[in-house]
Design a binder for this molecule. Structure first.
Ligand SMILES: Cc1cc2nc3c(=O)[nH]c(=O)nc-3n(C[C@H](O)[C@H](O)[C@H](O)COP(=O)(O)OP(=O)(O)OC[C@H]3O[C@@H](n4cnc5c(N)ncnc54)[C@H](O)[C@@H]3O)c2cc1C
Ligand code: FES
Ligand code: FES
Length: 1498
């Protein structure tokens, strides 16, 4: 055990001149005793001896082969995929109690786990013995791709564990606690739409706490009741359509009689379950931590024989007999589905939660005495002092030592600014810094200030603020203001460890805490060796951008926060506005304090803003303008608003952008405070609505959760087959695969310029870096193969003499570890000659910069170029330009690949997180110069794809393959989040310049548009995306004369690509925007306009596809209108708006029709499958589809099980690979189930035919095992290759002949959605009050999975149309490169009430049949279609803004002042759209040539 020497490279820092070696060596020798971290991981004692000092906790965890469950999603604390739980003593408690802290392992310093118990997802359960939380999330469909799941499990685990109170011996939990207290605000999920996760978490309330509430006043009771009530009726007849039976939802259904509720059952049983026992042996618990069983275990769930029962090793008389009666014996013709209300109700049983089987705090840690520890190497050294004087000595010896508290700033700097901090000091284990002691009660009553230990974790501080405010009331308003800011400060995992000191010393201009502290007049107490304690007033602390008066050799010790003097008339409040309410940094944040004298005149005032200057700033002009003025007087308000604009006169091009919005917010937040404070002072009548900020309630909603058409296996609500593995962390993604012998890792060299000539590349410095083995670039492969592309091969793998986009790959360094490779890639020197970039569609149009496309849709008079005549027939013509921004896929697993060369024949195995095995194989074979039969491209699962891995995954596989071939060693790569966002392209931004003509009655007569998308620097699939946009431009409306022209813009942004919907959402968005513009122009109700123009059966689309008998949009609109109570709510919204000045609501009901097939890429509409039955009856299934969370493997196994008459668990799919299925189409276009399902059916048909004689001989009920065995003995081939190609489709562009034209799409998946929103007119914040979505999915193969797709797609669409905004710097650098700058919806953005249902009956209540559909099991593809319906939130918001504009006397729609709401409807656009006096006042003058700081490229 030897202590390290200080890094020689660490230079002396001012004000001292000694080197690190001189300064620190004596200290190390005198004070520091160990280089070992002593910790417990999942109950096991672990000593980490002198670890890599560059490692975070996540780096350490993921280096352990058995701990791959914890994921890397972003590395910046913004996604929660890396969440683990620290079990630590609760130092605030006087008893010996423990608490559980969720933390971001990606930021948490490894040194910080000394003396703590780290619990990872593996520690709480496994597939054999899952934790109830893991089991419930899996069973309730809360995991799709699963990459976010371990992190979410761990955040919830902390909630559940903390809910137990050993003093009362009771378990306290409420739905409010789960959902409303910010426990999940640091976790993102891109797949599920969150609802099922919340429902799974709430089962701990509804199941485990039923009737056993902790305390009388515990809100649990009410919440549990709400939760019950929340499952509101979806349709006229109860919660599940016309069924009178229970929908079977956990916790009970509104139709359950008390006797049949599962929870009633649970309480009646008396055996105790051991199911939640931890897999690791716990060490002895202290008595305090003995947790008694609080609920009785319930009966063991009975397995569903359709699902399980394939007991291969057992004699043939197995459970299979029970199901064989339903097995088809002769052919695989689908069982005729009959609608039956008794069928299809899922019954879900849960393991009991038994707290006393949980992992306990290791007794050895109670006794553990933390040592002053120190470890490192020649580059970096870590210190962990345990006493304040040790820290003071260290800072004195070496002032440049970087102090690290929660590391939420420091680690982000390390990761993104590559600051190395050669000497780092972890200070969060120093009791004097981390422990805030509250004064005794009596002292508190008279206290003049609260003294906070500088590194008190923010969640603790939040509690302290709450406690003191409760005690002191208005005197402690400052603490309530601070608590409010902290509630919406970062994510829970960060708040659990981050500190005020960290926030203050960082001196960020958008800090949330600093304005409150400055306004309150707080004083900082710093400490150093020379001066001892130093007082630093906050008002003078910030001197410039990220610069403070803290002496370099000092540490912050305490913060003194003054409380208002007893009897004073003082109000202090704080406000924050961000792009997303949860876990987002502020756009503008503010704190205001005003004290009035006895005459209501301003005696003292402090007005402090963040986000308006390079540092937190007081407002001198405004403050002096208000001193001595009567506070609640309109003249005073006016003076304040005028002075504020002088204090904050931002120019149009201000860094950070949004000048108008930020200025408007400055006024709006003050305006709110002025009212708020007047109400607090009791001065006159104050409009409450100005004061109230937008808030949400606990979410609720129903799935129409049963399936009357359920068959033996198909149609059942089977959980995703990997869900449990995903919940326990056992599901393996590419980067989780075990390290291979001599494996190398790639680090990409990427362009820092958007458009430039490459003058030189010097990679020599990289080769000298530690661990580096080699470098590849374009010269590593023949020139003619440095090219790829899905449709057109126009993109080089490695940049040649020019770079065309920021981030374009120039080369790749490979090294022994990923960190080494990435560090080395950064030192490759590239010299550029910068060229002007084209970024936006407008710039591309001006420069005529297009890719060849040239596809048109012409209908009616357009065919003969007579659109002028068509418009001449119209009574009214409207024109406009509409825009829709792009969207980052933000799958949680970034692109990853692993190439493993074979020693023989040039063969190679290439694992890739790809939706497209065939293209991966094709290009690896091309660059390596081997035939395709030497390349096995494989993928087991992806952590999300959404189209982003359809083509853009290919280069990463290729890079690893080139390096693997060169070195004859395996090479792996996994992109960092920022790299992935730069490289993988996005949804295409679109712009439409449209013209529409209608009759006075609102009948569409002519439509013409030039439609542009921003393709980026290469074509990828941009042309096909444009085609789908044009073919969805009609949405559901008939127009006799149509001329649509598509243009694909060539720009210098990343190459945009496929994204769920593939242009269709953009097309339908334009369609609905046009409908609103027409309605506004005609003064007609938009719903009436829609009805007038809805397609009727027999009519034709602009590409002459006939609307056939499958046309259900009118029915969907009618049924949803009724079930959502649309008409009444629409009237109520109008009424609300007429009565409310500062809040407006909007509601809409929008249809959608989505075409299924690979459109005109006819060759892709095919699929293959390979079914092998082993002689024990087990079935190995391969097909060309890939699993990205959408449940394809599950559905495909269901189809095979159904067709072969065997239980579901007899079917196994290992992965998708080109050695099993040749020429597989990408899994895309929502067609994965259709294509692969039919191919599987074809293979099963062949096998069933061969098994026919054996079924006749052994009986129709004979299990597959018996049949397979008999067939094998009789030498019958039990393997079959299935194939299917989609019939009927084959549209040829330009074919306008109704006789010859073939359909573009096989069928339409249809839907409708109603959303209602509420908008805060002062800030632009909004909440979705309710959404009801109804989809026509045909006969669903698995409704549970389809609901998951519907809800997940809707939320993704909601993000697209509201908060997700991609921005570039003017020089072409992508600005939104991670969860910090790019916001996707989080847990608290989902609709407060969210109901999803499927179309099952006609309007007369007769069951619908989809027998005319020739799709597999008459089902419909569902992955993409519901996404567009997220736009209902946009259109409802548009209605709300419109109501506000009407109130403010402004035009709406295509009015005179040209107002139009483009997508996304960000809070900025919404606020500026209101058009009130504050916006007008704040408007910035744009000087000649001035440009916005950031650019949106639509
Ligand atoms: C995803 C994410 C979201 C965030 N959201 C928000 C937000 O909503 N609002 C907001 O205001 N901030 C936010 N932040 C910023 C950051 O979390 C806060 O500033 C936090 O308070 C930093 O505390 P820390 O203990 O983690 O600091 P650290 O990262 O440990 O340290 C930050 C700086 O403070 C110094 N320091 C720490 N303690 C002391 C001390 N006792 N004496 C002297 N110097 C010290 C360190 O040397 C370092 O320079 C966010 C950060 C992330 C990564
Ligand atoms: S990986 Fe840690 S928060 Fe995203
Ligand atoms: S399941 Fe949450 S990100 Fe995929």
């Amino acid at each position: 055990m030897s202590l390290p020497a200080p890094p020689k490279s660490a230079a002396a820092g001012p004000p001292r001149v000694r080197s690190a070696t001189e300064a620190l060596t004596p200290l190390i020798e005198s004070t520091y005793t160990t280089p070992d971290i002593t910790t417990y991981i999942n109950g096991r004692r672990t000593i980490i001896s002198n670890p890599n000092p560059h490692w975070t906790l996540l780096d350490y965890i993921r280096a352990q082969p058995n701990l791959k469950g914890t994921k890397l999603g972003c590395g910046e604390g913004g996604c929660g995929a890396c969440t683990v739980v620290l079990q630590v003593p609760d130092i605030q408690s006087e008893k010996r109690r423990i608490k559980h802290l969720s933390v971001n392992a990606c930021l948490f310093p490894l040194v910080g786990i000394d003396g703590k118990h780290v619990i990872t997802v593996e520690g709480i359960g496994n597939v054999g013995r899952p934790h109830p939380l893991q089991e419930r999330i899996a069973k309730l469909h809360g995991s799709q791709c699963g990459f976010c799941t371990p992190g979410i499990v761990m955040s919830l685990y902390a909630v559940v564990r903390n809910a137990y109170n050993p003093e009362t011996k009771k378990f306290h939990l409420s739905a409010r606690e789960i959902e409303m207290e910010g426990h999940l605000d640091g976790n993102l999920c891109r797949c599920t739409g969150y609802k099922p996760i919340l429902q799974a978490a709430k089962t701990f309330v509804t199941e485990d706490l039923r009737g056993q509430l902790a305390e009388e006043d515990e809100p649990t009771t009410a919440d549990a009741k709400n939760f019950e009530k929340d499952f509101i009726d979806l349709t006229q007849n109860g919660c599940a359509g016309r069924s009178k039976v229970s929908c079977g939802r956990p916790g009970g259904c509104c139709r359950d009689s008390p006797s049949d509720s599962s929870s009633a059952k649970s309480n009646s049983a008396d055996s105790k379950s051991d199911a939640s026992s931890p897999p690791t042996e716990p060490t002895l618990a202290s008595d305090d931590e003995h947790i008694p069983t609080i609920v009785d275990a319930k009966e063991e769930p009975q397995p569903d024989p359709a699902i399980s029962g394939a007991e291969y090793a057992k004699p043939l008389k197995s459970k299979e007999h029970g199901v064989a009666g339903e097995t088809k014996t002769t052919t695989s013709a689908p069982e005729a589905p009959a609608a039956s209300p008794e069928k299809g109700v899922p019954r879900i049983e849960f393991l009991e939660y038994v707290p006393d089987t949980e992992l306990i705090f290791p007794s050895a840690l109670w006794k553990y005495e933390p040592q002053a520890l120190c470890y490192g190497n020649e580059k970096k050294i870590w210190f962990r002092p345990t006493k304040l004087e040790q820290l003071v000595e260290l800072k004195d010896a070496y002032p440049s030592a970087k102090l690290v508290g929660g590391a939420s700033e420091v680690q982000v700097e390390v990761r993104f600014k590559h600051s190395d901090f050669a000497v780092s000091v972890y200070i969060s284990d120093i009791a004097e810094l981390k422990q805030t002691k509250l004064p005794m009660e009596a002292e508190l009553e008279t206290a003049k200030e609260l003294i906070v230990a500088a590194n008190t974790p923010l969640t603790e501080l939040e509690q302290i603020c709450k406690q003191v405010y409760k005690k002191l009331g208005k005197r402690a308003m400052v603490l309530e203001a601070l608590r409010k800011q902290l509630r919406y400060f970062a994510g829970r995992q960060i708040r659990n460890v981050a500190s005020l000191a960290g926030n203050i010393v960082t001196a960020s201009p958008i800090s949330d805490a600093n304005p409150v502290l400055v306004a309150a007049g707080a004083t900082l107490e710093a400490i150093n060796k020379n001066d001892g304690s130093i007082d630093l007033p906050m008002s003078k602390f910030f001197v410039a951008y990220r610069t403070t008066t803290l002496p370099p050799d000092a540490a912050l010790h305490r913060i003194r926060i003054p409380l208002a003097p007893e009897g004073s008339r003082e109000v202090l409040k704080a406000y924050k506005q961000a792009k997303r309410k949860d876990d987002d940094i502020a756009i503008v944040t503010a704190a205001f304090r005003v004290r009035l004298d006895a005459n209501d005149l301003v005696e003292d005032i402090s007005i402090v803003y963040g986000g308006m200057a390079p540092m937190t700033k007081e407002s001198p002009k405004t403050q002096s303008a208000l001193l001595g003025k009567p506070w609640f007087h309109s003249v005073t308000l006016d003076a304040a608003l005028t002075a504020l604009l002088e204090d904050y006169n931002l120019p149009y091009s201000v860094p950070g952008g949004m000048a108008d919005y930020r200025k408007t917010l400055t006024l709006s937040l003050f305006f709110r405070f002025w009212h708020d404070s007047a109400a607090e002072f009791g001065l006159g009548n104050v409009d409450e609505q100005v004061i109230d900020e937008i808030h949400r309630e606990i979410s609720s909603g129903a799935r129409d959760d049963y399936n009357p058409y359920e068959q033996r296996v198909v149609g059942k609500q089977v959980a995703h087959m990997s869900a449990l593995k995903q919940c326990t962390g056992e599901a393996e993604y590419i980067d989780d695969m075990p390290r291979l012998d001599r494996e190398l890792f790639g680090g990409l060299v990427m362009s820092t310029k958007a458009h430039a000539k490459i003058l030189s590349i010097d990679w020599e410095p990289a080769l000298k870096m530690p661990g580096v083995v080699g470098y590849i670039d374009r010269k590593s492969i023949p020139a003619d193969v440095n090219i790829w592309g899905s449709i057109k091969k126009d993109e080089p793998f490695f940049a040649e003499d020019k770079v065309l986009s920021h981030g374009q790959v120039i080369g790749m360094v490979y090294a022994d570890s990923a960190l080494e490779a990435q560090a080395a890639a950064r030192v490759v020197k590239v010299e550029y000659e910068v060229l002007p970039p084209i970024l936006t569609i407008d710039e591309a149009i001006a420069a005529q910069s297009y890719f060849p496309h040239g596809k048109f849709l012409r209908k009616g008079l357009a065919i003969d170029d007579e659109m002028a005549d068509a418009f001449a027939q119209c009574d009214r013509i409207f024109e406009g330009v509409s825009r829709l921004g792009g969207q980052e896929h933000f799958y949680l697993e970034t692109n990853a690949a692993l190439s493993i060369p074979s020693g023989e024949d040039g063969a190679i195995e290439v694992w890739s997180s790809t939706q497209n095995t065939m293209e991966t194989q094709e290009f690896v074979s091309s660059v390596l110069g081997v035939p395709s039969n030497r390349v096995n491209a494989r993928v087991k699962r992806m952590g999300g794809g959404f189209g982003g891995k359809e083509s853009r995954s290919v280069p990463f596989a290729v890079y690893t393959a080139i390096a693997a071939r060169k070195e004859k060693r395996p090479v792996r790569i996994m992109l960092n989040r920022d790299e992935d966002m730069l490289l993988s392209g996005q949804r295409h931004p679109f712009q439409a310049r449209w013209k529409v003509g209608v009759s006075n009655e609102g009948k569409l007569l002519a439509l013409e548009a030039d439609v542009y998308n921003n393709g980026g620097f290469s074509q990828d699939m941009s042309g096909a995306v444009m085609d789908r946009c044009l073919t969805h431009f009609d949405n559901s409306y008939e127009c006799p004369n149509v001329f649509l022209r598509g243009h694909v813009c060539r720009t210098n942004i990343h190459s945009n690509t496929a994204y769920r919907g593939f242009g269709a959402p953009q097309g339908m968005y334009f369609s609905e925007t046009i409908m609103y513009n027409i309605a506004e122009g005609l003064g007609m109700d938009v719903d009436e306009l829609r009805w007038k123009n809805l397609y009727k059966i027999g009519e034709h689309t602009p590409f002459f596809q006939k609307i056939d008998e499958d046309w259900h949009v009118p029915m969907l609109l009618q049924q949803l209108n009724k079930s959502s109570d649309y008409e009444n709510r629409k009237a109520a919204v109008k009424d609300f708006n007429s009565k409310n000045r500062w809040r407006k609501r909007g509601i809409c009901l929008v249809p959608c029709k989505f075409g299924l097939s690979f459109a005109t890429a006819l060759h892709l509409n095919q699929a293959g499958a390979y079914v092998k039955i082993y002689h024990d009856g087990s079935v190995l299934l391969h097909h060309g589809g890939t699993e990205m969370g959408q449940g394809l493997y599950t559905k495909m196994c269901q189809i095979a099980a159904q067709e072969l008459g065997t239980p579901l668990d007899a079917i196994y799919t290992q992965d998708s690979q080109t050695y099993q299925i040749a020429n597989a189409s990408p899994t895309a276009a929502s067609s994965g189930s259709d294509l692969n399902g039919m191919a599987i059916k074809n293979a099963c048909d062949q096998i069933n035919e061969r098994l026919k004689p054996f079924r006749e001989k052994l009986g129709k009920d004979a299990p597959l095992k018996a049949l397979a065995h008999a067939a094998y003995i009789d030498r019958v081939n039990l393997a079959a290759n299935g194939f299917w190609k989609m019939p009927k489709v084959g549209y040829a562009w330009g074919d306008t002949n109704l006789e010859t034209v073939k359909p573009m799409y096989y069928y339409w998946t249809q839907g409708a959605c109603c959303s209602e929103v509420e908008l805060d007119l002062l800030t632009g914040d909004h909440t979705v009050l309710r959404s009801d979505i109804m989809m026509d999915v045909g006969n669903s193969i698995n409704p549970a999975i389809d609901y998951g797709q519907i809800e997940g797609a809707f939320i993704q669409g909601q993000g697209l149309f509201t908060m997700e905004e991609t921005l570039w710097a003017r020089s072409g650098q992508l600005f939104t490169r991670g969860p910090g700058t790019y916001k996707i919806p989080g847990f608290s953005d989902i609709p407060q009430i969210f109901n999803a249902s499927m179309l099952r009956y006609d309007n007369e209540g007769k069951p619908l049949s989809w027998n005319h559909l020739r799709s597999v099991q008459s089902s419909k593809g569902i992955g993409e279609p519901p996404l567009f319906l997220g736009s209902t939130v946009f259109f409802a918001l548009r209605e709300a803004v419109k109501a506000a504009r009407e109130m403010n006397g402004k035009s709406v729609g295509g009015g005179d002042d040209g107002w139009a709401l483009d997508s996304p409807a960000t809070c900025e656009r919404l606020r500026l759209g209101v058009g009130d006096g504050l916006v007008e006042r704040a408007r910035t003058v744009r000087n000649e040539g001035e440009a916005n700081f950031l650019v949106a490229v639509a």
